[in-house]
Design a protein around this ligand. Structure first.
Ligand code: SF4
Length: 407
């Protein structure tokens, strides 16, 4: 069963009717290429870690280009297509030929998904029926707040009433996963409760809350922190408790990132499953496993449950996937073994990492760990618990094999 992704291009902030106040792509300047898992061994920087990560496209692609790309992909896939997803750096609702695009894709008779929309480009509620008639079956839709004035003020949505009306109609007919970045003092507290109630009543499938980040250690690696100067930020723990509380009080599924999915118990749901922990290979090697501050205690617990002897070393970055070479440079090398495992998706070039981690004269083997050890809330939202646990089993088995082979 193949999935087709239709990339419409576009730039965040520019091709979505102007930057939302909280957009993580705001103020992005010139940043040196980070290096990543896709780079060639002799060159720091590839298309992904120089352009892709900044969503640095040149603008929306013309419909003719999108159609040609789609056709080329279809020829490779054959007729085993089960889903089409529209995605891009810009917002699909602002794509100038959106209706034509949806009609073309709808004519294929395959369920259509919109990977992400803010809805800012929807000015007429009627478009909801048009989308459903053309096969839209799932959408991830930013609500931010059910209060139109907050959407107008913080998302710069010129027609918030229409955007919310579209969302409500879609909720009645298809799977809608709502999303909101939670900014303390803006759309938290009573306003967030009203938003949850609005979504519950409308029939949304779920709501993903994202804790607002405002500093480099919280994950803003594009040289653009702070996004909102002076804005207060909630601690990860307080945010997790907020998610737990809201999920218990409303019937739609509410989860959060970086923590957590209360229904599944992820990230790292495997910690509550002794039988599954027992199925993982035993740790026999010695390596330092580098991670972010949020994941470190969880990964340490899993490795300890599998025999222990490996230390998980946190850098000053909350999210492991957003670790850069600066974070490695700040580590105390005396804490590190001669084999060091980096998060698979970290933005670090392996050769540079080996140089930085060998500054004390000890040659350290730099190993790249699995892409994912668990599912964040965006990943787990449409998943079953067994699927998340399988993902964690696979990820940790791969990590432990890597340690045992090299440590
Ligand atoms: S709609 Fe999304 S990409 Fe566009 S400015 Fe808002 S947060 Fe950024």
């Amino acid at each position: 069963m193949a999935h087709l992704t239709v990339d419409i291009g576009g730039r965040p902030g520019v091709d979505c009717r102007g930057f939302c106040e909280y957009c993580y792509f705001k103020h992005v300047g010139e940043v040196e290429p980070f290096g990543c898992r896709y780079c060639l061994p002799f060159k720091v920087g590839c298309d992904y870690c120089t352009r892709g990560v900044k969503e640095q496209y040149s603008g929306f692609k013309p419909l003719s280009t999108v159609a040609d790309d789609t056709l080329a992909q279809l020829q490779m896939i054959g007729d085993d297509l089960s889903r089409i997803t529209i995605s891009g750096g810009g917002d699909p609702s602002c794509y100038p030929e959106f209706r034509d695009l949806v009609e073309i894709l709808g004519s294929m008779g395959v369920p259509l998904h919109i990977g992400y929309t803010s809805g800012k480009g929807f000015d007429d509620p009627e478009i909801a029926d048009f989308l459903v008639d053309n096969g839209l079956s799932e959408v991830s839709y930013t609500i931010f707040s059910a209060d139109p004035e907050r959407r107008r003020r913080y998302m710069h949505d010129p027609t918030p009433e229409a955007s919310l009306a579209v969302m409500r109609r879609l909720c009645e007919k298809i799977d809608v996963y709502a999303a909101a970045v939670v900014i303390p003092g803006v759309n938290d507290g009573e306003d967030l409760e009203q938003t949850c109630a609005w979504l519950d009543e409308a029939g949304a499938k779920g709501l993903i809350l994202m804790r607002f980040a405002n500093s480099t250690d919280q994950g803003l690696i594009l040289g653009n922190a702070p996004i909102i100067p002076g804005q207060q930020v909630e601690s990860v723990e307080a945010f997790r408790d907020r998610v737990t509380d809201l999920n218990a009080r409303f019937s739609l599924k509410i989860s959060g990132t970086p923590l957590w999915d209360p229904e599944i118990g992820s990230p790292f749901a495997i910690l509550q499953e002794p039988d599954l922990l027992a199925r993982l290979p035993r740790v026999r090697g010695k390596a330092s496993v580098v991670s972010g501050t949020v994941a470190t205690p969880f990964i340490q617990q899993v490795l300890d449950a599998c025999g222990g002897g490996c230390r998980v070393v946190p850098v000053q970055k909350e999210i492991a996937c957003l670790i850069t070479i600066d974070d490695l440079a700040a580590l105390d090398l005396a804490d590190l073994e001669e084999a060091v495992v980096l998060p698979g998706r970290s933005f670090v070039h392996d050769r540079q990492a080996a140089e930085v981690l060998g500054r004390d004269g000890t040659v350290r083997a730099v190993l790249r760990g699995p892409e994912m050890l668990t599912a964040d809330a965006e990943t787990s939202m449409g998943m079953r618990k067994e699927e998340v646990l399988q993902m964690e089993l696979d990820g940790f088995a791969a990590l432990i094999h890597l340690i045992n082979q090299n440590g």
